[in-house]
Write a protein that binds this ligand. Structure first.
Ligand code: ADQ
Length: 489
């Protein structure tokens, strides 16, 4: 497909997500520096190269002054990013409140906040009002930058109200919405006081996508049970209008990881790590420090393994790299202290003067250091209590061609549906089972490790981020064309 100037046609894409892929740090009145942010959505979308894409989102800072806003917009434009400026109060109510304190735990089956029940209704109302206001602010920025023919791809639970706002501006805008978290059973979703309004808004999109078939099914059930609409094999129908609902399992840019392993600086890192942990098997956890990742459960299972297997105590080490997130939210602060307390106790119990069983880091690692760690790992431990997909498991597999290590994977991560045949699947709540699976992984014969790795490696290298994005966008284009054909009949 070519344009008039002979260059290949590239679909114009406006990616809209709560956060931009970079965080801004103010260096002066009109000067900013930009740093990459860590997280699954960023990782996946960086792998999307074949589009003429611009990214719309919040830069993670409050910029009340016009000079600062102009300077930041200019710096971001070089990265093809467009900022949405949210003030502190909106961020508090919309982001910390409604998104992170209500939708995030509910969608991961952790329920609604329990404390201060009587005040909840009032704060819920004001947080939902802020959520709608913030979504409207995103819609205003999208509308200002939208050009006919572009596809608008809205991401995640922060922006469930956005499809409706966009369609009100322009009913012909091609709008897709993708959820990176699980969509819970309709029995959970119906607890949400704003359950109907959010479902209706998402249904304003042309295409609604989820990581797994189960999440898509839950969404359709919520629409049929809560809104009384009709579910069809294609999606949800409301008075003749079909919203297409489907599963689009995400992937990673596997080539980027495979290529990085060959770089001299990564090889140097690998050598250092091998020397540092010589004579010990390396187990690895890489997570954002979030309650859904099951980090305390993972560490307690490792403790149980050491308790049950004294002969392994000086032969295995767990490296847990946990990047802090949402540090303003009290629940997350509590989790950090809890993890520190457990790690300290276990290291005190099983450590020696020369070695400790757990190395826990509260920080983000740069890409090369992360690749080296994945490559030297014997067993990766992913114990999410719920997880939309979990890309760490994919990244580990991509870096294991030489070692063929074992992946222990929670059955509650979306990745269990794609990497389940190669991984050891566990229920992270069952600490005894996870401890036993650690033993199984550490003792697994090479032939079985190879077979399991081969299965997963094939999946990770064929179902990439690029393929995910292309499939979603082409399905969105097709859906719009089909809808036009239906209405013109
Ligand atoms: P996340 O919850 O952020 O993503 P995940 O999919 O595992 O979870 O992605 C995490 C990303 O952050 C990975 O690329 C990982 O390398 C990086 N990361 C994590 N900890 C790090 C650290 N300490 N240092 C450096 N990098 C680190 C959300 C959903 C997931 C879903 C993704 C994509 O919660 O279920 O898979 O979006 O849709």
């Amino acid at each position: 497909c070519e344009r008039q100037d002979g260059r290949p046609f590239r679909q114009r894409l406006l990616v809209v997500a709560n956060r931009l892929p970079v965080s801004a740090v103010r260096r002066g009145e009109d000067s900013w520096s930009l740093e990459m942010s860590a997280g699954g959505l960023v990782t996946a979308l960086l792998g999307v190269k074949e589009f003429e894409a611009r990214w719309i989102g919040w830069a993670g800072v409050n910029v009340p002054d016009e000079i600062g806003q102009k300077a930041l917009s200019k710096a971001l434009a070089e990265k093809r990013c467009i900022p949405v400026f949210l003030d502190e109060e909106i961020v508090h109510q919309y982001y910390n409140g409604y998104c992170n304190n209500i939708l995030w735990p509910l969608f991961h089956y952790l329920g609604l906040p329990q404390e201060d029940r009587l005040a909840t209704t009032r704060s819920f109302q004001s947080q939902f009002a802020a959520y709608k206001k913030a979504n409207q602010m995103f819609a205003d920025v999208v509308n200002a930058h939208y050009e006919e023919g572009a596809v608008v791809w809205c991401h995640d639970y922060h922006l469930m109200y956005l499809p409706e706002c966009l369609k009100k501006y322009n009913s012909k805008m091609k709008v897709g919405w993708f959820l990176h978290t699980p969509f819970p059973s309709s029995e959970i979703h119906r607890m949400l006081p704003s359950r109907s309004e959010l479902l209706r808004s998402v249904l304003a999109a042309d295409l609604v996508g989820f990581h797994t078939y189960d999440y898509a099914r839950h969404f359709v059930s919520a629409c049929t049970r809560i809104l009384g609409l009709e579910g069809t094999p294609e999606g949800v129908e409301d008075q003749g209008k079909l919203t297409r609902v489907a599963a689009f399992p995400i992937g990673i840019d596997s080539e980027r990881f495979i290529h990085a392993l060959k770089l001299p600086q990564v090889q140097e890192h690998i050598k250092e790590l091998k020397e540092r942990f010589a004579g010990r098997k390396v187990m690895l956890g890489v997570d954002r420090l979030d309650m859904i990742k099951g980090i305390p459960q993972k560490i307690l299972a490792f403790e149980k393994f050491l308790e049950d297997n004294p002969s392994w105590r000086d032969k295995v080490v767990l490296l847990q790299i946990a990047v802090p997130t949402r540090t303003d939210v009290p629940e997350y602060q509590k989790l950090t202290s809890q993890v520190h307390e457990i790690v300290g106790r276990i290291n005190g119990r099983f450590g020696t003067l020369t070695a400790v069983p757990i190395h826990h880091l509260d920080r983000s690692l740069d890409f090369h250091a992360l690749c080296a760690l994945y490559a030297v790992t014997d067993v990766a431990l992913v114990t999410s209590l719920r997880d939309g997909m979990n890309l760490v498991s994919y990244e580990f597999v991509a870096c294991q061609e030489a070692k063929k290590g074992v992946l222990i994977l929670s059955e509650f991560a979306g990745a269990a549906q794609s990497l389940g045949a190669g991984a050891i699947l566990v229920n992270p709540w069952n600490i005894t089972e996870v401890a036993a699976s650690i033993g199984q992984a550490l003792n697994m014969p090479a032939e079985e490790r190879e077979k399991r790795h081969h299965h997963n490696f094939k999946h990770v290298t064929t179902h990439t981020a690029q393929e995910w994005a292309e499939t979603f966008v082409s399905e969105l284009n097709d859906t719009v064309v089909e809808a036009q054909l239906r209405t013109s009949k």
